[in-house]
Design a protein around this ligand. Structure first.
Ligand code: SF4
Ligand code: SF4
Ligand code: SF4
Length: 266
């Protein structure tokens, strides 16, 4: 749908963590009036609704994604639509109904359980501040094909995880520094660098608000199937342990990281 320039400017002022949702709502608003373009009046009408009837807008969860599937060249995630598989799980968890049984007073957007999917470590959808964040990951290993000593991998790696020794030795790989962006795999002409793993890194317990914090990472790289199962396990933990509608970060603090890992089967 076409957006007027002033409507576009107005939507940019909406906090980023609800911007996509408000954008969809604004387009619905315009569609209801059979308009084929979005005007500033549609944005204002929607903003009023969010300000004055916020509880009706709370759906219990937020799910964001980056633009990786739109053809971003940095994409490191495996083929397939992880977000499309996560959404029904979040819907089936009936988180809005659940939160109503836990939160005292009206539901607000900050009570929602937030999930974010980024298709590479650049993390454009900010998975580090979501309750559960997924980051597409492709990790290399040194294979048996002879190295051309071209240095392309060393020049490409922004983490200095690949170093080509000057004495003609094979390239050295430091997995501790590697963020699994997969870029080195694209430039190696000899096939010396092979794909060791492709999937998702998973981070948990990020949040904004009065006590912001960055998420912690679960160990390992997860296939898409396993990533889906991990979200289900975390939702079970969240619903089982939640007393007052706390965010996942607070639950993990109360219960302890090790018990959290144990209860989600890690
Ligand atoms: S997170 Fe990575 S894949 Fe997704 S849009 Fe950003 S750069 Fe592209
Ligand atoms: S995957 Fe990315 S971070 Fe890891 S070695 Fe390759 S270029 Fe460096
Ligand atoms: S890009 Fe491949 S061939 Fe070139 S130095 Fe690195 S490992 Fe060797």
């Amino acid at each position: 749908m076409q957006w007027d320039r002033d409507a576009e400017e107005a939507i940019k002022k909406v906090p980023f963590f609800v911007r996509n949702r408000v954008r969809r709502r604004v387009e619905e608003e315009a569609g209801k009036g059979s308009s084929d373009r979005v005007t500033l009046a549609h944005v204002h009408a929607c903003r009023e609704r969010f300000m004055n009837r916020m509880e009706e807008e709370v759906q219990g969860f937020g799910l964001d994604r980056c633009f990786g599937q739109g053809g971003c060249p940095n994409r490191a995630a495996p083929e397939g639509d992880l977000t499309g598989r996560l959404e029904p799980i979040l819907r089936e968890a009936k988180l809005r109904d659940f939160l109503k049984t836990r939160v005292q007073g009206p539901l607000k957007l900050h009570h929602e359980f937030r999930v974010s999917v980024s298709d590479c470590p650049n993390a454009c959808s900010r998975p580090q501040i979501a309750d559960v964040g997924f980051l597409g990951a492709r990790r290399p290993r040194i294979g048996s094909a002879p190295c051309d000593q071209c240095g392309a991998c060393e020049r490409t790696c922004r983490e200095n995880a690949l170093v080509l020794p000057e004495n003609g030795e094979p390239v050295a790989f430091d997995p501790e520094k590697c963020l699994a962006c997969g870029q080195c795999l694209k430039v190696c002409p000899s096939g010396t660098l092979e794909e060791a793993q492709c999937g998702y890194r998973i981070q948990v317990g990020g949040r904004l608000g009065r006590h912001p914090r960055l998420a912690r990472e679960l160990p390992g790289i997860f296939s898409q199937d396993r990533a889906v199962r991990v979200l289900s396990s975390i939702l079970d933990f969240y619903k089982h342990r939640n007393q007052k509608g706390e965010r996942l970060a607070d639950l993990i603090d109360r219960v302890g990281w090790e018990i959290f890992l144990e209860e989600i089967g890690r």
